[in-house]
Design a protein around this ligand. Structure first.
Ligand SMILES: NC(=O)c1ccc[n+]([C@@H]2O[C@H](COP(=O)([O-])OP(=O)(O)OC[C@H]3O[C@@H](n4cnc5c(N)ncnc54)[C@H](O)[C@@H]3O)[C@@H](O)[C@H]2O)c1
Length: 275
């Protein structure tokens, strides 16, 4: 059991949604919380909420798609609290389009924020945790990192990458017999602002024309997320996994594990003729 009280957490995408839910859980468990986000105004409000409740929290405006800004975030955490123990690489965007209709800019933005940011986060923070000989690094993937479907091609590619990266980290830590732990969060539908990700698109990156299929998809997805889990409940699940040193964090295991099994059945069926 990992005792988090008095330790320091760094959370990206902390101004809203799942990231804010994690910050609330970590702070209530007695942690110092370093909150990073690209949205200054929402970040200020989120930090003020935690500080107003008597918790230790600071905000660091950060664009996670820039490695130098992740390094600056680590420096700010170490300067403020003298250590970093739990790192949640959580910031993300969700944009869609059919694979051949998304612009290259759509692909690039998704890879930068949803995959490269986690690579930067692992490269920056894992050495700090290893040197300390304790800590936990997590990243937010998605059920889209374990399953595929239409319209979210770039998102699926990035989120599968996050699962592969964190699973590799887990295996390498185990081989090294390290006391540092890793996990990957794979949420199902959570009631957040992820479907409004366009608000953070850099002005230099152009969007594509939206197809009918995409329109229908977003309407269904928005309805499903509005009826989804409260992000604060996801925060509790992540805290529990950190304290109990669990790798896989699925928010909706009953609904989605059968779909993962279906993927395995498909692999088996396509090789049945060779058995
Ligand atoms: N909501 C869901 O149903 C769901 C499901 C699966 C996975 N996820 C994942 O959960 C994570 C959190 O998303 P959410 O649902 O809370 O959405 P959200 O939009 O409510 O929160 C995402 C946060 O990330 C921040 N952000 C965006 N781009 C950034 C950048 N370049 N640098 C720093 N911060 C940036 C946003 O400002 C926002 O505060 C994402 O990785 C998302 O892919 C969400």
């Amino acid at each position: 059991m990992y005792d988090v009280a008095g330790k320091t957490a760094v959370v990206t995408g902390a101004a809203n949604g799942i990231g804010l839910g994690m910050c609330r859980s970590f702070a209530e468990a007695g942690m110092n919380v370093v909150m990073a986000d690209i949205e200054q105004a929402r970040l200020d409000t989120a930090v003020a909420e935690l500080v107003g409740k008597g918790h230790q929290a600071i905000g660091v405006v950060t664009d996670v798609s820039e490695e130098s800004q992740i390094q600056r975030l680590a420096d700010a955490a170490l300067d403020s609290y003298g250590g970093v123990h739990v790192v949640s690489n959580n910031a993300g965007i969700g944009i869609g389009g059919e694979v051949d209709e998304m612009s290259l800019d759509d692909w690039k933005w998704t890879m930068d924020v949803d995959l490269w940011s986690v690579i930067y986060g692992v490269r920056t923070f894992l050495p700090i945790l290893k040197q300390q000989g304790e800590g936990h690094i997590t990243a937010t993937s998605s059920m889209a990192g374990l399953l595929s479907g239409p319209v979210l091609g770039a998102y699926h590619v990035a989120k599968h990458g996050v699962v592969a990266l964190m699973d590799t980290v887990r295996i390498e830590l185990a081989i090294a017999k390290s006391d540092v732990r890793a996990s990957v969060l794979c949420p199902g539908p959570i009631d957040t602002d992820i479907t409004k990700s366009e608000r953070n698109r850099p002005t230099s990156l152009t969007e594509h024309e939206t197809s009918d299929l995409e329109e229908r998809f977003w309407t269904n997805l928005s309805n499903s997320l509005a009826a989804g889990m409260d992000p604060d409940d996801v925060g509790h699940l992540v805290l529990d996994a950190v304290m109990n040193e669990r790798f896989w964090i699925l928010t909706h295991p009953k609904e989605f594990i059968p779909l993962i099994e279906r993927r395995l059945d498909h692999i088996k069926a396509d090789h049945a003729h060779r058995s």
